[in-house]
Unconditional design. Structure first.
Length: 339
C-alpha cells in the first residue's frame, strides 16, 4: 500500500493532472516510435537494401527547429513552402499557433523533453523528500540564457541570413539529410554532448526543469508568443482563501496567489495550480475574463495540434519530395555531410 501511495503521489491524484500525464506520455511514446521508425528506415539504405524497408514518418521533422526557422524565412520571403522537409515548417507554425491560443502548452502537454524532465524532478522529490531552488536573483539571471540563445538564432537566421543563402541551404544535401544526421547524433552520443545530457538529467533530480527553464530557446520563443494569448490563469480574490497553495506548487515559481491573472511568458498552462487549488472556483484557466470548464483547455490544446497536422496533410505540405532513389544516393554518405 505504501508503494502504491508513492506511485500515486508521483503521478498526481487530480484527474486533470492525470489527463495531462496521459497526453504527455502518449506523445513521448509516439516520439520514440518516430525515432525507431527512422532508424529502421535509415538501416535499409545503410545496408544497401538488405534490411527490410520501413517508411519514414514526417512527424520526426518536429526535431528540426533550426531548419524550420530557415524554412519559415523562405516562406515569408518567397511564399514557397520547402518541399524537402515540409512537416518541419507545418509543426513549427502549429506550435506557434498553440502558444498564441493556449499559452506555452506545448512545453507542458506535448514536448517529450519536458515530460522527461518532469519525471526526473518528481522522482527526485520522492527520493530526497524535497527539491532545491536557486536564489531568486540567480534564477532570473539563468532564465535570461534561453532568451539570449533565441536572440542569437533569430539574428543569424531571420535577420542576417540573405535570401540566396536561405535558398542554398534548403537545396543542399545537408538539409535533405538533416533528420538522418540527427539520428546519427543521438545514436552515437559520446563526449561533451553525452556528458551535458547526463548532467542535465542529474540536475533535474534536484531542480525543476533546468533545461526548459534556463536553456531552451524554443520554449523562450513560444513564451514570447504566449504573452498575446487570450488564455490565462485567473484568480478570483472574492473566492480565494489566500492559502498560497497555487504559488507553492507552480513549477515555474510564479506568484499565482499574488496576481489576478498570470500573463508571464514562463506560464506553460500545465494547470498544476488549478488542479491543486482547494477552493472551488478560486482559480481557473480563463479565456480573457471568462473561466473555462477544466476539460476545455486540454481539448483546445489537442484540437490546435491535430488541426495543424491535418492542415499540413490536406494541403499537401507534409510528405517529403525526396524519392527512394534520392535516399538511396544520400544516406550512405550522410555522416560525411557538413564535415
Amino acid at each position: 500500500m505504501k508503494n502504491f501511495a508513492s506511485i500515486q503521489a508521483l503521478l498526481g491524484r487530480s484527474p486533470l493532472l492525470r489527463l495531462r500525464l496521459l497526453v504527455q506520455w502518449g506523445m513521448l511514446c509516439w516520439c520514440l516510435v518516430l525515432g525507431v521508425q527512422l532508424g529502421l528506415f535509415v538501416r535499409h539504405f545503410d545496408t544497401g537494401g538488405r534490411a527490410a524497408y520501413y517508411p519514414r514518418f514526417p512527424g520526426v521533422e518536429a526535431f528540426l527547429p533550426i531548419g524550420a526557422l530557415v524554412s519559415l524565412k523562405n516562406w515569408l520571403l518567397n511564399g514557397q513552402v520547402d518541399t524537402i522537409h515540409p512537416a518541419a515548417l507545418v509543426l513549427f507554425v502549429t506550435f506557434v499557433a498553440l502558444a498564441l491560443i493556449t499559452r506555452k502548452s506545448f512545453c507542458s502537454w506535448l514536448c517529450p523533453v519536458g515530460t522527461i524532465e518532469e519525471l526526473m524532478w518528481k522522482l527526485g522529490q520522492r527520493l530526497f523528500g524535497r527539491l532545491w531552488q536557486p536564489w531568486r536573483w540567480l534564477d532570473r539571471l539563468l532564465q535570461s540564457l534561453k532568451y539570449l540563445l533565441l536572440i542569437i538564432f533569430v539574428k543569424l537566421i531571420l535577420i542576417d541570413m540573405p535570401a540566396l543563402a536561405v535558398k542554398n541551404f534548403l537545396a543542399a544535401p545537408y538539409w535533405a539529410m538533416a533528420d538522418v544526421k540527427m539520428l546519427h547524433f543521438f545514436a552515437g552520443l559520446a563526449g561533451i554532448p553525452l556528458i551535458t545530457i547526463l548532467l542535465l538529467l542529474i540536475l533535474s533530480l534536484f531542480f525543476r526543469n533546468p533545461w526548459c527553464r534556463y536553456l531552451c530557446p524554443y520554449g523562450a520563443l513560444l513564451g514570447i508568443f504566449s504573452v498575446f494569448s487570450p488564455s490565462r490563469i485567473r484568480r478570483d480574490p472574492q473566492v480565494c482563501i489566500d492559502c498560497g497553495t497555487c504559488s507553492r506548487v507552480c513549477p515555474a515559481r510564479l506568484p499565482v496567489a499574488e496576481r489576478i491573472q498570470i500573463l508571464s511568458p514562463e506560464c506553460t498552462g500545465c494547470l498544476t495550480c488549478v488542479a491543486n487549488c482547494p477552493q472551488a472556483g478560486a482559480l481557473n484557466m480563463a479565456l480573457l475574463k471568462h473561466p473555462l470548464p477544466q476539460w476545455v483547455f486540454p481539448l483546445m490544446v489537442l484540437l490546435v495540434f491535430t488541426g495543424g497536422v491535418a492542415g499540413g496533410m490536406l494541403s499537401g505540405h507534409w510528405q517529403t519530395s525526396l524519392s527512394y532513389a534520392d535516399y538511396q544516393r544520400l544516406i550512405p554518405f550522410s555522416q560525411f555531410l557538413g564535415h
